[in-house]
Design a protein around this ligand. Structure first.
Ligand code: SF4
Ligand code: SF4
Length: 184
């Protein structure tokens, strides 16, 4: 296994709902086959319907490998985050890339821990969606001082994670349209 592939097995952030909320399918993807393989593909309503499936991805295994690696959608084949690209090109050492990935993972884990403390235990939803929902709940009022303090910690944790994501993980294309996992 190449070191950069080991990096992804130590990370998983582009599949587990930390960096993205969903994966859009492209024309070359076989939506029916992907659905049969266990991905909950649904078509969005609107003027330009898009087939997509939510993150955390149903194909992500405990060891952060992809259960559908050989059949994964085009976006998943094409996507390489900034850290991966830098390490692959030799502009960053593998050790430095691993440190960044581990730091980002710790931050994402902290966000999930704080969300749980605030009563959001919906681990099957993307972090961004859960934070948005929790923010709306807090803005509606009724939270006590302890919960408000936890929410302040959560907001700070999300801010630090997003800062690192925009600086190191998203590349130019994603920085303009975060949310969906993009291709190259
Ligand atoms: S975010 Fe980057 S390092 Fe992490 S799994 Fe995705 S491509 Fe690999
Ligand atoms: S299909 Fe595989 S590569 Fe794509 S989001 Fe799911 S786990 Fe990640």
């Amino acid at each position: 296994m190449k070191p950069v592939e080991e990096l992804c097995l130590a990370c998983g952030l582009c599949c587990d709902g930390s960096l993205f909320d969903l994966v859009k399918l492209e024309g070359t993807d076989d939506a029916r086959k992907l659905k049969a393989l266990g991905l909950p593909v649904a078509v969005s309503r609107g003027k330009a319907p898009v087939a997509r499936f939510p993150q955390p991805c149903a194909a992500l295994c405990e060891d952060r490998s992809c259960r559908l690696y050989d059949n994964r959608p085009w976006q998943c084949r094409a996507f390489e985050c900034g850290v991966f690209k830098e390490a692959k090109a030799g502009r960053m050492t593998f050790a430095a890339a691993l440190r960044l990935v581990r730091q980002a993972r710790r931050r994402a884990d902290k966000i999930r821990e704080l969300l749980r403390e605030l009563g959001d235990t919906d681990e099957h939803r993307a972090v961004g969606e859960r934070f948005h929902r929790t923010s709306e709940r807090m803005a509606a009022g009724g939270a006590d001082a302890a919960a408000m303090n936890t929410f302040a910690d959560l907001s700070l944790a999300v801010h630090h994670f997003n800062l690192q994501a925009f600086k190191k993980f998203y590349t130019k294309a994603e920085a303009t349209a975060p949310g969906a996992k993009p291709g190259a």
